[in-house]
Design a protein around this ligand. Structure first.
Ligand code: NI
Length: 179
């Protein structure tokens, strides 16, 4: 398994919708393994294929994950991979969470999303699964599914703040000094 480079703003691929996975095979399982390695190494709690420049509808998550240097030590890993995920139901109740994204490093903002969702997906054996997610996992699944539609968490913040962060990343990409 291999760690792969993560693309960041303003890479236009981040805005491109990802294609459905047509076959769950060893090649896809290798990709998923690489995605977990990349996510844990970053470290992050979720990663979509498009973030390693593979625009296919696959996401990996581990909402239990904490980096080893945090006081409580490393929590047991709870890796979850979802292929062709679809959110089929969501609560009216919302929860707010300070979100970040491996493709928008060092920027965080509070986003409100439904507190509970039902997601339907294929597992790594190609079996259809349905899972009710709540708390932080509900937030992470929604954030990652958004990636598959070319959507980013900064789309939920004010236009002023969003333009500011995008401008900062465009400047950084050009090698200009960021004010
Ligand atoms: Ni993200």
């Amino acid at each position: 398994m291999t760690k792969r480079p993560i693309i960041t703003l303003p890479d236009p691929l981040l805005r491109k919708p990802s294609a459905p996975v047509e076959r769950v095979d060893d090649e896809l399982r290798t990709l998923i393994g690489d995605m977990f390695d990349t996510m844990y190494d970053a470290p992050g709690i979720g990663l979509a294929g498009v973030q390693i420049a593979v625009p296919r509808r696959v996401i990996v998550m581990d909402a239990s994950y904490r980096s080893a240097d945090e006081e409580e030590g490393e929590a047991p890993k709870e890796p979850i991979a979802m292929i062709n995920p679809q959110i089929v139901a969501h609560s009216d109740e919302m929860r707010a969470h300070e979100e970040g994204c491996l493709s928008i490093p060092e920027f965080f903002a509070e986003v409100e999303r439904p507190a509970r969702i039902t997601v339907r997906y294929l597992d790594t054996e190609g079996q259809e699964q349905e899972r009710v997610c709540e708390d932080i996992l509900a937030t992470v699944v929604q954030h990652e599914v958004d990636h598959l539609d070319g959507k980013l968490f900064i789309d939920y913040i004010s236009r002023l703040k969003r333009d500011r962060v995008i401008k900062k990343f465009i400047k950084a990409a050009k090698g200009e000094v960021v004010a």
